[in-house]
Design a protein. Structure first.
Length: 254
């Protein structure tokens, strides 16, 4: 499983057993398969592709599920765009450098305070990116997205596709979905909706061109009870997602 926070689900789901990947693993284990969750919080297509080619490939996967895409939006919105996304992620360059140099020597109480300040609800205090997500210029962001057209994501999907075809690995592509109930309350809903539509198209075209499996689970996004926020599943959402994807996985591994 290659995905982002929708699948790693930290800190949105408290217990690992409630993750859809863990539930899926319990379904297929009798068929002598194992589900390995190789997802990365905030993982872009660049990081997930690198994760596959330089690490996860040595697990010799038979099936790869790629369920991501949203984190390729933020580097596009960030200033000074670079093709490797190195211009983005203020969090990586400052906080992690601080952690490696000083933070690991601090007592647990200081570490606990750091985790509290950097949890999702307080990203405005120590931001992941060089902009405030809630204050972006909608018109400028729309122009940036249309101009970029997620070309890096498209290239990385093609790279993953080539790798899977060369190694006889079944590739399942699942685009991310936004919950309409939470989305309509957001000021920047137009930006996320545009990103969703473009990424959906890229996933579908890649699957059709390279004979991969494309799965549309948009029906889950219609129900607010499946979501923690506009993007992430809650426990019920993880349960429903695991049942739906098992039906597809079951037909493949049989």
């Amino acid at each position: 499983m290659l995905g982002d926070s929708t699948s790693e689900a930290v800190p949105y789901i408290k217990k690992n057993k409630d993750l859809w990947t863990s539930r899926l693993d319990s379904f297929v284990i009798k068929k002598k398969y194992q589900v390995i969750n190789a997802s990365l919080n905030c993982g872009s297509s660049i990081e997930l592709t690198s994760h596959l080619l330089f690490k996860a490939r040595y697990l010799n996967p038979k099936v790869i599920i790629f369920y991501a895409g949203i984190n390729d939006l933020y580097p596009i919105l960030d200033a000074g765009f670079k093709n490797d996304y190195s211009h983005s992620r203020n969090y990586n360059f400052s906080c992690l450098k601080f952690y490696n140099t000083f933070f690991r020597f601090y007592p647990w109480s200081i570490k606990l305070l750091f985790l509290f300040l950097t949890r999702k609800n307080n990203f405005s205090i120590i931001n992941l990116y060089h902009f405030d997500e809630d204050k972006i210029d909608i018109n400028k962001a729309t122009i940036k997205i249309k101009k970029n057209n997620f070309i890096i994501l498209k290239n990385n999907l093609n790279l993953i596709s080539t790798f899977c075809n060369s190694n006889k690995i079944k590739l399942i592509l699942i685009p991310f979905y936004l919950n309409e109930f939470f989305l309509k309350k957001m000021k920047n809903k137009k930006v996320f909706k545009l990103a969703q539509n473009l990424i959906f198209k890229i996933f579908k075209e890649c699957a059709k061109k390279n004979k991969h499996i494309f799965i549309n689970y948009e029906v889950l996004s219609k129900n607010k009870d499946n979501f923690f926020d506009f993007l992430h599943f809650n426990e019920k959402g993880h349960l429903n997602f695991s049942h739906k994807i098992f039906k597809n996985i079951n037909s493949i591994i049989n």
